[in-house]
Design a protein around this ligand. Sequence first.
Ligand code: AMP
Ligand code: GLY
Length: 409
Amino acid sequence: MKVLIYGNGAREHALAWKLSQSKIVDELFLVDPNPLMKPLGKTIHADNFEEIVKEVKTNDISLALIGPEAPLTAGIADILELNGVPTFGPHKAQAWLESSKACAKEFNFRNGIPCARSVTVDNFSDVEKVLLEFEPPYVLKADGLAGGKGVSIVENFANASEEAKSMLEGKFGVSSKRIVIEEFLKGEELSVICLYDGKILLPMDFVRDHKKLRDSDKGPNTGGMGAYSPVMLTEKQRISVSEVLSKISQALKKEEIKYHGVLYIGMMITKEGAKVLEYNVRFGDPETQALMVRLENDFGNVLKATMEERLDGLRLKWGENSNVLVIASKGYPFSPQKGVEISGIKETASLTGVTVFGGAITEKDGRIFSNGGRVLNAVAVGKGAHERTLGFAKHLKFDAKFYRTDIGE
Ligand code: AMP
Ligand code: GLY
């Protein structure tokens, strides 16, 4: 199989790393890969979908794997499949589960799927009346895609009203022309990343992501500062998660939502049981990095089974625990320092016993520089995984480094 991977962050690096070990994958084609993932395949440069289609045809690609949500929402799977390339990821018509929080909430309400009570608002004159229906802290969500940063949790009424105003006035562009105001849920988060073949929803092992910038889950929300897997749940919690999954599976069937790819369900494990926080129609970042290093199946076979609608016969096998630590550039998530050199990555990784996946970095004359917020992921497996990822972060030569010290402690 010749597989194309679209996306160039640490998630796609981890997917490429795992696929490069597959017995049924002959060659990987990577669209503008980050410098650390580049050696895993043949680089393709493409500025738009048409250029990808051209490359895909020239190189006789048998499967395209799409990492990020934005191209899926923009219809990359539609274009590739129209051109005869089976694509792992939903068509535009199914991507709304992720690209509209308001529509996703309606889907939950229609199908009795447990989630936070919420009201969708598109006019500032309604905001204060709606806020009065909730207790603080107030949860405000941009309806559309916002790179994982569109959720604000605000302690007091006046600030919540102010934040709602700023969102409706375009803080996240068209994505926040409509917002969801919802009940704050207390509990522990859980990422349930499921493979979906249009019939079967097959959960991967549980992962916990930490979205807050600072230790002890303080500070603003980010795209994710680290993750660990597996997550231990009580029997009662496990049953509750299974019940929610089964409701989602029935709802997908009833509403005829079919595609080949991933349905990621972000949950909050509350006292009353598991509740859905959000859906994503792609692999989570950084959760995928924690899962790929634990997955014992041939990942090429896993993708093939999903595409061929054979998930009912697939058993996923998982190795030892894993820990992912995101090394960010200072200033993230608002204005990360770019152009700061990062040196000795390989040496530090082998010294500390971690696998490194690259994120927002660039290469110039053989030197690596930060080029955005989440620049590297350090991933370790087995006993002492937390300490090893932390050891990597401590020893890494990168003047703008910022990371949490409590992920998977
Ligand atoms: P979302 O993109 O909807 O998953 O929200 C991003 C993050 O905001 C989640 O991972 C939670 O940490 C937090 N969050 C979202 N909704 C709620 C809620 N209703 N109650 C508490 N925290 C929430
Ligand atoms: N880790 C959160 C996400 O991928 O959306």
